[in-house]
Ligand binder design. Sequence first.
Ligand code: UDP
Ligand code: MG
Length: 151
Amino acid sequence: MDRTFVMVKPDGVMRGISGEVIARFERKGLKLVAAKLVRLSEAQVMDQYREHLDKPFFPSLHAYILSGPCLVMVWEGHNTVSVVRRMVGATNPSEAAPGTIRGDLALDTGRNVIHASDSPESAAREIAIHFKDRELLTYQRVDEPIIYEWQ
Ligand code: UDP
Ligand code: MG
């Protein structure tokens, strides 16, 4: 099983669509292993988006992420990183496919509702920015034996 880091950004939290986002991952069969509603620190934003520090959009991204609460989460399942990225959709919501979270729920790249890790390496790094090991919980979804063929 793999884990990925997912964050409902402040626009998503303030629009009241956190539940919709969670519900999509739950229905897919993924398992929520950590979640908390937080205001990110300056240091966490810089670390989370370190590959974008020199990009022209970084100041607006920085202000956006600090503009309200974020719902930070860790989701677990088979191929979770790629499955979640596909469910999230393209960075620009106007181009994101219908059926994806951004394709269904957003319009603007600068207000695209959700972040998800883009590789297993990023996932491990990003989970460590936001969670301590003891905050990642272990339990069984009761439907796991039905969701996976091999269980
Ligand atoms: N972003 C932006 N303008 C851009 C590109 C990106 O505001 O032209 C923001 C947007 O919130 C995006 C985040 O920066 O989700 C990270 O960009 P990335 O290219 O990593 O997109 P993602 O991985 O979130 O799809
Ligand atoms: Mg990215």
